[in-house]
Write a protein that binds this ligand. Structure first.
Ligand code: 13P
Ligand code: SF4
Length: 301
């Protein structure tokens, strides 16, 4: 059955000159059919320079929207229109406008996990892999950082810059608790721990490295270890195990599953390539302003 679906996807992809981009948290079978698997920054860079006519974005809504902002001449498809990011929805345009009124001299840095409207109201975007670099470029300025307070706290500690933080967070990463790490450290003494910066600060404090999903994949292939405790969404384990068959990867919590990332299935990918929908588009004026914030980020990375 899967074999038939995969053949259908391959044929449709060729017919439409389409490329399949998948985030590191996607189901294993989706990662396996993708042309490229990566983190948010890598995927937006790929989307900006692909010469395909159609981009099938296997991820969540803000990721497909980012691709549509960067490549307006391409058709960007999201296999399940309901695949959103609850953290991205934790700030509204009105709320951001209010914050800007309160701090009119502040630079607004928004995590790429945000809507096109929020990006359009921001000066620059960042992802978890370049947030420290982006923030350093604004040293000495007052900065409003939205919407992830935990990524914000991490960057603030790493750079020594004080940030005005928004109270957003990722519920999936919040499933990982310090007691999970403590238990695994007892069970596997000496095994290193890597976590994503969306984790709670008390979890981050127990880690050997704090990295984006792409950073975790590089760490896994470059560093010398036999086992690694991984504190992020469990979809990444598929790629880690596939690329490093001789190493052992232990999830910090089996509960860290993003239900939105899991909405994408082979059947939905095939269907969206057949119908060329759901298509993600961004109104021209919002797109122009949001692109400025994304370009400002890409220029720094
Ligand atoms: P990365 O940019 O590290 O891939 O993270 C994206 C994300 O949504 C994490 O929850
Ligand atoms: Fe959003 Fe968290 Fe899912 Fe990432 S893991 S897409 S931040 S809900």
């Amino acid at each position: 059955m899967d074999h038939e679906l995969i053949e259908r996807i391959k044929n449709l992809k060729r017919y439409h000159n389409a490329v399949i981009l998948a985030h590191n948290y996607q189901r294993g079978e989706i990662q396996d059919i993708a042309d490229f698997v990566g983190d948010s920054l890598e995927l937006s860079q790929r989307a900006a320079r692909t010469d395909a006519d159609v981009i099938v974005f296997c991820g969540v809504h803000f990721m497909a929207e980012t691709a549509a902002i960067l490549s307006p001449e391409k058709k960007v498809l999201l296999p399940d229109i309901e695949a959103g990011c609850p953290m991205a929805d934790m700030i509204t345009l009105e709320e951001l406008k209010e914050a800007k009124k309160e701090f009119p001299d502040a630079v607004v840095v928004c995590y790429v996990n945000s809507s096109a409207q929020i990006k359009a109201e921001s000066d620059v975007c960042c992802t978890s892999s370049n947030a420290v670099k982006v923030m350093r470029a604004y040293k000495g300025r007052r900065i409003i950082f939205v919407p992830d307070r935990y990524l914000g706290q991490y960057v603030s500690e790493a750079t020594g810059q004080e940030l005005i933080l928004w109270p957003g967070y990722c519920a999936t990463h919040s499933w990982i608790g310090p007691e999970d790490i403590r238990k695994l450290k007892r069970q596997y003494p000496g095994v290193p721990v890597v976590v994503h910066p969306e984790c709670r600060p008390e979890v981050r404090a127990m880690a050997d490295a704090v990295l984006s999903t792409g950073g975790i994949c590089r760490f896994a292939s470059e560093q010398d270890f036999t086992s690694l405790i991984v504190g992020t969404e469990t979809g990444i384990l598929h790629r880690l195990r596939k690329e490093n068959p001789s190493k052992r990867f232990i999830p910090a919590s089996r509960n860290a599953v993003c239900p939105n990332m899991k909405r994408t299935t082979l059947r939905k990918v095939a269907r969206c390539l057949e119908r060329l929908e759901p298509e993600i588009t961004v109104p021209q004026e919002i797109r122009r302003k949001a692109k400025k914030a994304l370009d400002a980020m890409l220029a720094l990375t």
